[in-house]
Design a protein around this ligand. Structure first.
Ligand code: HEM
Length: 493
């Protein structure tokens, strides 16, 4: 077994699916098979032996030529006859599912044309049970996909094949992507005490992304813990760190959020033309202001912090070493820019001099800076590992957005609802994320189609009447189990 250790604390990389560790960028071809169980016994037999690629293989000097990952929805666990008490040990939002109720749909912005009733997959009878993610080196995907589909045919019906296009590192709106990622603390060196952090950092406790390890609160995220004596299969599971007499079905697993996001590229281009009125320079500045980076990935914010380079791809480290600390009004990078909404790069407390008096003032919000910072929650509890791939099918292009998190509500749903869809984010008036907003009016009939771009010496430049540039076509919450947990789910009676 390949392990990464710090004193007394090991991480069993052979048991972790590789996607938690790497995005398989060198495997440029990928497709995601969305399956429904048609014969539970045959489906379980395939899952019991599926050739899943582990995180140990992901880090060897020679990356694998192909990789396969498997994730299951709550409906999938039910269809595979996993015992109800085991299923109920997973988080409530996973058990319920992404498209389960109207309140969740509203929070996530899945309203209007984004509503689950219009989705191509992910609602009703089209909720997938299992996702098989295939990654391969150029020229290796087609034959392998055929082989895996043939293996799955006895146990599953395929409801969708999400194809992806070559990763050139540029998403359909033309921006370099995959730049900023949290750095996972694989060596378990980060303190897991729940105490205020006074500086933004990129290193995240492993438990923010892998179940069975302490998270940023120094706690273990709830997950199914079962009696090892329950059945033979349970004896093969790892023990829970905090309750060693229990077998840990969550350990080395993560939750995987998948959303198919169609990007209306021509509409964005037309809208930029309209707003810039023929001024090419302004056009470029407007679209950069919406994202918070120029198309080449260069951040608009210029206050550098080299320690933050960790975690980004080697070629993108320079592009990730900054915070928004010296730009409180958003003059360099608007407060509502996509990258500022999804990662405000702040700490738990506003910055200030050391000492108890200063701490008290900042904790109680007794000065204007502290009050402003209080409008946005601390970033470290809301990080996401992104593993999406872009797609192009005929005239349609977009993103198969994938993110990993140990707590779907606190991480993905919070970022999506409070920060991306939030129409009062950071005190801004009546606007959602300029790229991703649904533009639906709020419950109290306020518009959400504006965008404010603060100017150095005067009033904000204000765009209004923005159309919707991204439509949700499908989505689901999956559990990406540790490999022993996958075998347990496939074999336990
Ligand atoms: C079609 C939809 C989307 C597009 C076109 C898009 C585009 C981008 C771009 C261009 C970047 C900057 C480059 C980078 O750091 O990779 C970025 C960063 C990011 N996006 Fe998105 N994004 C989309 C959807 C989402 C969604 C749905 C979420 C979360 C729910 C999200 C979360 C993030 C995060 C966390 C970052 C990194 C921010 C940072 O740490 O600086 N994005 N996105």
């Amino acid at each position: 077994m390949t392990t990464l250790t710090s004193p007394n604390r090991s991480v069993e990389l052979d048991d972790v699916q590789g996607l938690v560790r790497v995005g398989y960028k060198c495997l440029k071809q990928a497709c995601f098979l969305l399956l429904r169980v048609k014969d539970a016994e045959a489906a379980r037999a395939w899952l019991a032996t599926a050739p899943v690629t582990s995180a140990a293989a992901a880090i060897c000097d020679q990356p694998p030529e192909k990789a396969l990952q498997v994730a299951l929805t709550s409906d999938g666990l039910r269809a595979l006859n996993v015992a109800p008490d085991v299923r109920e040990g997973f988080s409530l939002e996973f058990v319920a599912g992404m498209a389960s109720d109207e309140a969740r749909a509203r929070r996530l912005g899945d309203v209007g044309t984004n509503a689950p009733e219009y989705w191509e997959w992910g609602a009703g009878e089209r909720v997938p049970h299992v996702a098989v993610l295939l990654y391969a080196a150029p020229g290796r995907l087609a034959a392998w996909q055929e082989e895996i589909e043939a293996q799955c045919a006895a146990g599953f019906d395929r409801i969708a094949t999400l194809s992806t296009s070559d990763v050139q590192g540029v998403e359909p709106f033309g921006f370099v992507d995959g730049i900023s990622q949290p750095k996972l603390d694989w060596k378990r060196e980060r303190a897991v005490r729940d105490e205020d952090q006074i500086a933004y950092g990129n290193l995240a406790c492993l438990g923010e992304f892998l179940l069975g390890y302490p998270n940023e609160y120094g706690r273990y995220t709830p997950r199914p813990l079962i009696e090892p004596a329950r059945d033979d299969a349970a004896k093969q599971l790892p023990r829970a760190e905090e309750e060693p007499d229990k077998a840990d079905l969550g350990r080395n697993g993560s939750y995987l959020v998948l959303r198919q996001l169609r990007q209306h590229v021509e509409l964005l281009e037309r809208e930029l033309d309209r707003c810039a009125n023929g001024d090419a320079d302004l056009r470029g500045r407007l679209v950069a202001a919406m994202v918070g980076r120029k198309k080449n990935g260069e951040p608009l914010e210029t206050s550098r912090d080299p320690s933050l380079a960790q975690g980004a791809r080697a070629d993108a480290q320079e592009l990730n070493a900054f915070t928004f600390r010296e730009d409180p009004r958003g003059v360099r990078c608007p407060l509502g820019a996509h990258i500022r909404r999804v990662n405000p790069r702040n700490a738990d407390l506003p910055p200030g001099p050391p000492g108890i008096l200063s701490w008290l003032c900042r904790t109680l919000g007794l000065n204007a800076d502290a009050l402003t910072q209080d409008l946005v929650a601390s970033t470290r509890f809301h990080r996401l590992v992104r593993r999406g791939r872009k797609y192009e099918v005929g005239a349609e292009s977009g993103l198969h957005f994938i993110c990993l998190a140990a707590n779907i509500t606190r991480q993905f749903e919070f970022v999506q609802s409070a920060w991306i869809m939030g129409t009062k984010f950071d005190g801004l008036p009546d606007e959602g994320d300029a790229l991703l907003g649904s533009r639906q009016k709020t419950l109290d009939a306020q518009p959400t189609d504006g965008y404010s771009i603060p100017q150095a010496g005067g009033a904000d430049m204000r765009l209004s009447g923005l159309p919707q540039f991204v439509t949700v076509l499908g989505g689901a919450y999956f559990f990406l189990p540790g490999i022993r947990a996958l075998r347990y789910l496939a074999t336990a009676r």
